[in-house]
Design a protein around this ligand. Structure first.
Ligand SMILES: C[S@@+](CC[C@H](N)C(=O)[O-])C[C@H]1O[C@@H](n2cnc3c(N)ncnc32)[C@H](O)[C@@H]1O
Length: 254
């Protein structure tokens, strides 16, 4: 399957590709209170909405990295329209291989909803910390278990219980690394329903326009399976939050 095409088709209607409302995104941006010229790195920037809003509000110098040519194409188009003169660089590559010339050089580093790039929450935080200045901010979006679904769920899902922690566990992992938690935005059912529902809506719209697309049956089968897993188990069992941390340590071995 062309996974990036699937992701593009199912996320056509999304402004941000995670279960956070635009109101909360704006709240997060206000809370970050960045100085003009601050350096920002976002891994898995998706369609770039968060980064572009940061540039619009604070005139930051920003780098966004994403592996998907579809999403990065959207991000570049938006950036050209909305912030044509900004110091914004969008790089299409695997975030796992992104190594800036100077470590610990960013005022804010982020990765919202793509911790698999670094094999999980802890190593994502370690990577972001290694790129963040002392006293800089580290922001991640990460799922967490509210409760453990039954074996039947894990037999059907690609998700393993070990992949995620609890909400408090996500915080503890950061604190064990020397990060100080400043704030969390925990998504509500409404935000999750919108995030998933927009995918069902988008694929239906695509199917009406491109019924002959040979990829469509496989895309529909995958999304229908995900829809069932969500409605039967994940809606009650899986949470998602944005964690805002400050890096307080001078230097880390990571
Ligand atoms: C759940 S979306 C989140 C996008 C964006 N952070 C947001 O919240 O709107 C995951 C993103 O990770 C990107 N991605 C997946 N694997 C990646 C990798 N190895 N390197 C960089 N980006 C990756 C996808 O293209 C997608 O844009």
């Amino acid at each position: 399957m062309d996974f990036w095409k699937y992701y593009d088709v199912t996320h056509k209607e999304h402004l941000v590709c995670n279960p956070m409302s635009i109101e909360k995104l704006n709240e997060l941006i206000t809370l970050l209170a960045l100085k003009s010229g601050s350096k920002v790195l976002e891994i898995a920037t998706g369609k770039g909405e968060f980064l572009i809003r940061l540039v619009e509000k604070y005139n930051v110098s920003a780098i966004g990295v994403d592996i998907s040519p579809y999403h990065l194409g959207d991000a570049k188009r938006k950036a050209k329209e909305r912030v044509p003169n900004a110091d914004l660089t969008l790089i299409e590559m695997d975030g796992a291989n992104y190594k800036p010339d100077t470590p610990e050089s960013f005022d804010l580093t982020c990765c919202l909803g793509a911790s698999w790039i670094y094999n999980g929450h802890e190593d994502t935080l370690k990577y972001l910390m290694s790129q963040t200045k002392r006293n800089g901010l580290v922001v991640v979006g990460e799922p967490f278990w509210i409760s453990k679904p039954p074996k039947e769920y894990f037999d059907l899902s690609e998700i393993k219980y070990e992949m995620f922690s609890k909400h408090a566990g996500n915080v503890q992992i950061g604190e064990n690394l020397g990060l100080k938690l400043l704030y969390t935005f925990v998504s509500t059912h409404d935000e999750w329903d919108r995030y998933l529902g927009l995918q069902w809506y988008a694929i239906d719209k695509y199917a009406q326009v491109y019924p002959e697309d040979p990829d469509l049956p496989e895309f529909l089968a995958k999304l229908n399976k995900e829809k069932k897993l969500y409605l039967k188990w994940e809606r009650e069992a899986l949470g998602w939050a944005i964690y805002v941390f400050r890096k307080t340590l001078e230097r880390l071995d990571c």
